[in-house]
Write a protein that binds this ligand. Structure first.
Ligand SMILES: Cc1cc2nc3c(=O)[nH]c(=O)nc-3n(C[C@H](O)[C@H](O)[C@H](O)COP(=O)(O)OP(=O)(O)OC[C@H]3O[C@@H](n4cnc5c(N)ncnc54)[C@H](O)[C@@H]3O)c2cc1C
Length: 407
């Protein structure tokens, strides 16, 4: 049995940074990762997708240069193998940076393999037992695949497998009209695919305010993306090389299907029951305000604790635990100000809501606007007209109530 001061399960956006802080403080640390350092964000999430969004935007702007008086001539086409390579390079550079940094730290051992609890203070990896008085779980989440009739008969894509594609789908059906589905839908439309979005809820981005959903729908309509909302029955069957999608009686021959219907925590194969760690009905590890689980000596950070679903919330979990354990500073997850973005173009982002009587409990406020007009936008301003985006809106620029218009 190998003895450590701290064990980290999963090297996502919280664990590596806390592991490094502890190692720098002279503690002997094991960082266990079953796939790639950096987790979802670096390898299958933010980094590759935002790189693809940037490629898609370049294609979109290139097709509209005439609007700006710029002539490039000829048809704009997209080389998906170059697009994919560019995204892979960003991922590989980030991953290499982590390998070099963490691999060079004294007191920190990186162990590749799947970790599972065999006791509250012990995990097994690659057949070896490791024990520590402190164990930090940072195992992230993975895509959920609902049991749609026929789904097993077709080669559906997830947000991870679609990143491996280096050809352009003729027609991509995106099942799920929320954050991840919307990003891929607009991106592939801009690459040149026909795109159909199917959403079970009554509107796109159902967790956002209604005006945001309808702004997204307008943006998508303007780009020629077909959207079907309020769909209750979805099924698939093979049709030669194609896939026949049925959605509430509507049928479409599509070449590819992306299932983007949510994510679930990677907590079902961790042996949590052996350690006595409590989860909720969906598998999220229950934590208190300091991210401690119900078992003394075990913490849960990042997406797997259900208190956030972003890189910055996972990283902030690291900051909270580091402050409490290493800096004698009392930090709590309940003090976090929620903020996030939806990376369609223009991006939709959410910050604080100071409106009285807001349906968001006075905690959040919704905004949609192109990033490059974050100054003092007003309807019909020259700045907006000059950028010629023609859509977007803004309600809050730090001064509650001062800007409340769409433009
Ligand atoms: C397509 C997509 C786009 C996204 N875009 C954004 C964005 O633009 N901005 C943003 O803020 N967030 C984005 N996210 C979300 C973001 O990627 C995650 O919130 C973030 O990566 C969560 O970090 P984490 O530390 O909780 O876990 P993860 O980054 O998921 O890392 C968990 C790690 O644990 C490992 N692991 C799991 N189980 C075990 C085990 N038993 N033993 C050993 N290792 C294990 C996994 O292999 C993984 O490497 C996106 C996600 C997706 C899917």
């Amino acid at each position: 049995m190998r003895q450590y001061d701290a064990i980290f399960i999963g090297a996502g956006q919280a664990g590596p940074f806390l592991a490094a802080r502890m190692a720098e403080n002279g503690l002997k640390v094991a960082l266990i990762e079953r796939k790639f350092l950096g987790g979802t964000c670096v390898n299958a999430g933010c980094m590759p997708t935002k790189t693809l969004v940037a490629s898609a935007r370049a294609a979109y702007v290139a097709r509209r240069t005439d609007d700006f008086g710029v002539k490039i001539g000829g048809e704009v086409s997209v080389d998906m193998s170059v697009v994919r390579k560019r995204a892979q390079t960003v991922t590989m550079d980030a991953r290499k940076g982590l390998i070099d940094w963490l691999g060079g730290l004294e007191n920190l051992s990186i162990i590749y393999g799947h970790a599972r609890f065999v006791a509250a203070d012990t995990v097994v990896v690659n057949g070896s037992e490791l024990t520590a008085p402190r164990i930090f779980i940072n195992v992230g989440a993975r895509p959920v695949i609902p049991t749609f009739p026929g789904i097993e008969d077709v080669d559906y894509l997830t947000s991870t497998s679609i990143l491996e594609m280096d050809t352009l789908p003729r027609h991509l059906a995106v099942i799920g009209g929320s954050y991840i589905g919307l990003e891929f839908a607009q991106m592939y439309r801009r690459f040149g695919s026909e795109v159909t979005v199917i959403e079970r809820g009554a509107r796109l981005a159902p967790r956002e305010d209604e005006d945001i959903s309808s702004a997204i729908r307008d943006i998508f309509a303007g780009e020629g993306i077909a959207v079907h909302t309020g769909v209750s029955e979805i099924s698939f069957s093979r049709k030669g090389e194609d896939i026949l999608l049925n959605a509430d009686g509507m049928s479409r021959d599509v070449s590819h299907v992306l299932v983007a219907t949510g994510r679930r925590p990677n907590t079902d194969d961790l042996g949590l029951e052996t350690a006595g760690v409590e989860t909720d009905a969906r598998g999220y590890i229950q934590v208190n305000d300091r991210l401690e689980t119900n078992v003394p000596g075990i913490w849960a950070l990042g997406d797997c604790n259900g208190r956030g679903a972003f890189t910055h919330t996972s990283y902030n979990d690291f900051e909270i635990v580091a402050a409490n354990l290493l800096d004698a500073d009392d930090r709590k997850v309940s003090s976090r100000v929620p903020a996030y973005a939806l990376y369609i173009d223009p991006p939709a982002w959410t910050g604080r809501d100071d409106r009285k009587g807001s349906p968001r409990d006075g905690t959040k406020r919704r905004c949609v606007q192109p990033h490059h007009v974050q100054g003092r936008p007003r309807k019909g301003t020259q700045r907006n007209a000059g950028i010629h985006e023609g859509c977007g809106g803004c309600r809050h620029q730090g001064n509650p109530g001062s800007h409340d218009s769409w433009y």
